[in-house]
Write a protein that binds this ligand. Structure first.
Ligand SMILES: NC(=O)C1=CN([C@@H]2O[C@H](COP(=O)(O)OP(=O)(O)OC[C@H]3O[C@@H](n4cnc5c(N)ncnc54)[C@H](OP(=O)(O)O)[C@@H]3O)[C@@H](O)[C@H]2O)C=CC1
Ligand SMILES: N[C@@H](CC=O)C(=O)O
Length: 342
């Protein structure tokens, strides 16, 4: 049967990828292996125009694989990558560490001002340059999406930005760090802290430097970003109080398990206590959505008194989960402006 409406031919959307660690590599693979399917389904053909790291740069052939590292050239300025490729999106999969925060912010601001959308899994610059990034996006009429930075495959940012809009969300209670949940359950099962963290690193769940995962800083960061989307809190003005998972935690995890409960690193923010995010080790009981998590899964409960609490859970932390979140955001920014159900 002839379709009533001729299918649209997909439009190209070129992406410049910054950062080629586990997350960046998984993202590049997704674009290459799922390009045809995505083009058919969403009407946009994502193409990797350039890949950048701190020390190198490459321009993959259209639709082809990323060349092996020895074939890459020296780094070039971001303007050059954007000019050479005509990019519509800058995807940031660089470290969340303070060392690259300024560069990540400057590059995102530059892209946004030029009308290039930004999709990021890196978090550091979002904390320190939130307003500047928002202003740059306004000036360039571009979009910034942060799913990869706020729980990866778990669509927490989409809910905070749009899903609970107008529902009167007054609080957030969350386990947004997969490493902490994974490690706490392993401690409860009798594993040592070093073994549990080592396994989380082997699986790509924990950061290369896992200190922010264990200290509660990473969970606090994600909730600071969600609070910024929900309530307009300025992330750099938020005070953080954390309780770490450390060498003293195992007995509490084992004791909780003995009572049929599970120890969780729970991050909380509330309109009742503006500009404060707390992360505490809490014994959770069956029936609590945070108790139900396994391994590196995450959950956020949006406290909406009138509507009833809204929980999103699952979405394991992993490089592939982060890459999928960035793919979702890339599709979001490149298909924005559609009408109807789209
Ligand atoms: N793993 C996970 O489950 C999740 C991770 N994230 C976030 O995703 C991001 C990427 O994670 P991951 O792949 O593990 O990170 P890595 O630290 O393993 O890799 C980072 C990459 O960034 C590159 N890089 C370093 N400095 C710069 C720079 N100045 N400019 C451009 N590139 C640079 C590195 O280059 P080189 O190769 O030359 O060293 C490397 O390719 C992090 O911010 C992390 O917090 C978010 C959600 C989940
Ligand atoms: N290390 C993080 C992954 C990225 O946000 C986690 O454990 O959840």
């Amino acid at each position: 049967m002839t379709p009533a409406v001729a299918p649209r031919s997909p439009e190209d959307a070129v992406v410049v990828l910054s950062g080629y660690g586990p997350v960046g590599r998984a993202y590049a693979d997704l674009i290459r292996t799922r390009g045809d399917e995505l083009a058919l389904r969403y009407g946009v053909r994502l193409r990797l125009g350039a890949v950048r790291t701190g020390s190198a740069h490459c321009l993959p052939q259209p639709g082809g694989p990323v060349p092996p590292r020895p074939a890459w050239g020296p780094p070039v300025a971001l303007e050059e990558s954007l000019d050479l490729t005509g990019a519509r999106v800058l995807v940031q999969a660089l470290p969340s560490s303070p060392a690259v925060r300024r560069q990540a912010a400057e590059e995102a601001v530059l892209a946004l001002r030029r009308g290039v959308h930004v999709v990021t899994a890196a978090k550091g610059h979002l904390l320190t340059h939130w307003s500047e990034l928002g202003e740059a996006a306004q000036a360039g009429r571009s979009l910034i999406r942060i799913s990869g930075a706020t729980g990866a495959a778990l669509p927490t940012a989409d809910l905070a930005r749009a899903g609970v809009r107008g529902l009167g969300c007054g609080s957030v209670r969350a386990c947004p760090n997969g490493t902490a949940t994974f490690v706490l359950d392993r401690l409860a099962a009798g594993e040592s802290l070093a073994e549990a963290v080592g396994e989380a690193q082997r699986r790509g769940i924990a950061e290369a430097d896992p200190s922010a995962d264990l200290s509660g800083e990473d969970a606090a960061t994600k909730v600071r970003l969600l609070a910024a989307l929900l309530w307009g809190w300025e992330p750099s003005a938020v005070r953080v109080r954390t309780e770490p998972v450390d060498g003293h935690t195992a007995p509490a995890a084992v004791a909780a398990a003995g009572r049929g409960n599970r120890l969780r690193a729970v991050a909380v923010a509330s309109l009742d206590e503006p500009l404060v995010v707390r992360v505490r080790l809490e014994e959770t009981a069956p029936g609590d959505p945070l108790h139900a998590l396994t391994g590196p899964e995450k959950a956020v409960v949006y406290g909406c008194p009138d509507a009833g609490d809204i929980t999103v859970s699952g979405g394991r932390s992993s490089p592939v989960g982060a890459a999928l979140a960035m793919l979702k955001d890339t599709l979001d920014v490149t298909t924005a402006g559609r009408f109807g159900f789209g």
